[in-house]
Design a protein around this ligand. Structure first.
Ligand code: CA
Length: 211
């Protein structure tokens, strides 16, 4: 039996709605997103939430928080970025098809997610916003992203620092090395790396990456 246009429309609307409130559709204008996200390493089974956690609040057109809404942070369009195939965080799932980190909003419409991943030595560096944030399929915004673990192995090591120095010496804005997301590479970015390295929660790289 062919599907009626009304039924198809309802199914599509349901896919774009969140479960928290009837007809609650996320609003890009009213939702709160981070300006920047930092891909981090892990220690054992735990993502480095201290360095990498970022909060997002999903709201609808009436500015009301939307609970039970699936939020996805996608790194698909960030050059050379490799996302861990394991989340290393409770309540988080990984969708490798879209290089996405997924969480469901709480009763306050909020998620607090950490993305474990790395760069790829020799890849195009990229610059500017590249990481997309979706809620229930609605694009809320695109933010900048950087990767502390620039080579994707052995956690944070002097080799990552050497890769960062290479990016610095290029004189270009290379987004992967802009750890504070201010649009310029400075000693402050290196200080962030050293702080995270000293804290020891990004000692290990992901065990495997999305293909
Ligand atoms: Ca490394």
């Amino acid at each position: 039996m062919p599907r009626s246009p009304i039924r198809v429309a309802c199914v599509l609307f349901a896919a774009l709605s969140c479960a928290g409130r009837a007809h609650a559709v996320p609003s890009a204008a009213n939702s709160t997103l981070p300006r920047h996200v930092l891909l981090v390493g892990r220690l054992g089974d735990l993502a480095d939430t201290t360095a990498g956690a970022c909060s997002m609040v999903v709201r609808d057109a009436a500015n009301s928080p939307i609970a039970r809404c699936v939020v996805e942070l996608r790194v698909l369009n960030c050059f050379g970025t490799r996302l861990s195939s394991e989340p290393y965080a409770a309540g988080t799932t990984i969708r490798c098809e879209t290089s996405g980190v997924l969480q469901t909003t709480d009763i306050h419409g909020e998620v607090r997610m950490t993305a474990v991943g790395a760069g790829t030595p020799g890849s195009a560096p990229g610059a500017g916003p590249c990481s997309q944030i979706y809620a229930a399929g609605v694009l809320l915004g695109i933010i900048t992203l950087a990767t502390l673990d620039m080579d994707g192995r052995d956690g944070l090591t002097p080799h990552d620092v050497s890769l960062w120095l290479t990016d610095l010496a290029s004189g270009e804005l290379r987004g992967r090395a802009d750890f504070d997301g201010d649009g310029v590479l400075t000693a402050h970015d290196l200080s962030i790396f050293l702080t995270v390295w000293a804290a020891g929660r990004s000692q290990e790289s992901a065990a495997s990456y999305c293909p």
